[in-house]
Design a protein around this ligand. Structure first.
Ligand SMILES: Cc1cc2nc3c(=O)[nH]c(=O)nc-3n(C[C@H](O)[C@H](O)[C@H](O)COP(=O)(O)OP(=O)(O)OC[C@H]3O[C@@H](n4cnc5c(N)ncnc54)[C@H](O)[C@@H]3O)c2cc1C
Length: 400
């Protein structure tokens, strides 16, 4: 149960490895002057002499948008394979569940290798989400003339609605397919991880490492039961313990949080607006081309000039290639007005908060009714409830 709970929280449970090396604690409240006529906000607090817990201005009137998309989940894992269709070779690169950004570089490296095996010089990429952008950029960097063909571009693609955290095994396959996918998953994960390290520290911070706090009223391993309407997913994290710092259980009572059990984790975060823009600009600057084009039937691909295509249509592959193995797993996030001073993530059993530069991203966790649900209508009330929970948490931060 604990294992499934961990996997569900795409975006924040993150790095549950060891509890070694607890830091000594000193709580140091930081005073802040508040004018008389403004609402009193909780003050910044220190956690164990580590990060400053700047208060989140959590109020529903600060929600800038509520976004829904469907994770393209396949029980067997992503489809990365070449198929001959008429005069074309189509290399499929879709179906990455809740891990598309995390695995993008690794998966696209495999797809490009298959495309290059055809001996083709020109390569067409169908789709301009996380997988299309990384496939196209890798192909361009390898010297191929590349055109992206896509119905929609960022910011209008599903990838822009992701949480933006390193979650390489979130809803990536079901438990039955775990061992068959293991070796390929590890290769993709290590390739992606290495590529993301090369994107640290560049303008706009497309990629950052951040700390976060996982809060609980119950001791580790004794959390509330989770909803049971999703399958048991494959879990691979134990096979790459060297990629992410281990999480640390902080001593009870040593933090400003009202919950007694607090675990600090460290994870990579993707500032998706900047990341997508960086990938797109790099592709265009390297001479890549983009054409807006919608395909309603695979036969239409025969009219493209390139003989080798990489198919990165994500959830769109279900309709275009009539792939019924793709199951939509609905996900909803809300963004609050950015607060650059908030540099930490938070998660509880009910919600997560990610401190992205394009807005504090709030996600409801452990809700039901998402599996095999293609309804992308936003349910604002759910996001407002999560924001109110964060507001309540902020008012209960302890002073000392
Ligand atoms: C709530 C939520 C949170 C998530 N959080 C994370 C996270 O923190 N980390 C992570 O790694 N992953 C996360 N994911 C998963 C991630 O968002 C997806 O795996 C990823 O976006 C899939 O990318 P893609 O490029 O395959 O698809 P898309 O982004 O959907 O791109 C598909 C592209 O193909 C084009 N296309 C589709 N059909 C056609 C057609 N018929 N003709 C022409 N063009 C077409 C589209 O216009 C688009 O350009 C999350 C998902 C959800 C729902």
């Amino acid at each position: 149960m604990e294992r499934r709970h961990f996997l569900r929280q795409a975006g924040t449970t993150l790095a549950l490895a060891s509890t070694a090396g607890l830091a000594a604690c000193a709580r140091q409240p930081v005073a802040a002057a508040v004018p008389q006529d403004t609402p009193v906000l909780p003050q910044a607090r220190m956690v164990s002499g580590e990060a400053t817990i700047a208060p989140v201005k959590a109020s529903v009137d600060r929600i800038t948008g509520v976004y829904v998309c469907t994770r393209p989940f396949r029980a067997a894992g992503p489809r990365i394979e070449a198929e001959r269709l008429g005069r074309k070779t189509v290399v499929h690169n879709y179906g990455h569940g809740g891990s598309g950004w995390s695995l993008s570089w690794g998966s696209s490296t495999l797809a490009l290798r298959m495309a290059q095996a055809t001996g083709a010089r020109e390569i067409g990429v169908i789709g301009c989400g996380a997988l299309g952008l990384t496939s196209a950029l890798l192909a361009r960097r390898a010297g191929h003339p590349v055109t992206i063909y896509a119905k929609q571009l960022p910011p209008d693609v599903y990838s822009m609605r992701a949480s933006g955290v390193w979650t390489p095994d979130s809803r990536i396959c079901d438990e039955q397919h775990e061992s068959a996918l293991a070796a390929r998953w590890e290769e993709m994960t290590r390739t992606s991880h290495a590529m993301y390290q090369s994107m640290l520290g560049i303008p706009g911070k497309p990629v950052e490492w951040i700390d976060g706090y996982s809060l609980s009223d119950t001791p580790p391993g004794q959390g509330p039961a989770e909803p049971d309407d999703e399958p048991d997913y494959g879990s691979f994290r134990d096979s790459v313990p060297d990629l992410t710092p281990h999480s640390v259980e902080l001593p009870v009572g040593s933090t400003p949080f009202p919950q007694p059990y607090v675990r600090r984790f460290t994870t990579m975060m993707f500032n998706i607006s900047t990341l997508a823009r960086t990938l797109m600009s790099d592709f265009l600057a390297a001479g890549g081309k983009i054409e807006i084009r919608e395909f309603t039937d695979p036969d239409q691909l025969q009219k493209l000039p390139e003989h080798t295509l990489i198919n990165c249509t994500g959830y769109g592959a279900k309709a275009l290639f009539r792939d019924d193995s793709i199951i939509p797993v609905r996900g909803q996030t809300a963004r609050l007005i950015p607060q650059p001073e908030v540099t930490y993530a938070l998660s509880t059993h009910q919600f997560s908060m990610i401190p992205r530069s394009d807005g504090l991203l709030v996600q409801v966790l452990n809700d039901t009714g998402n599996y095999n649900n293609a309804d992308t209508t936003p349910r604002r009330a759910d996001s407002e409830a999560a924001v109110r929970q964060i507001a309540d948490l902020m008012t209960r931060l302890r002073k000392s």
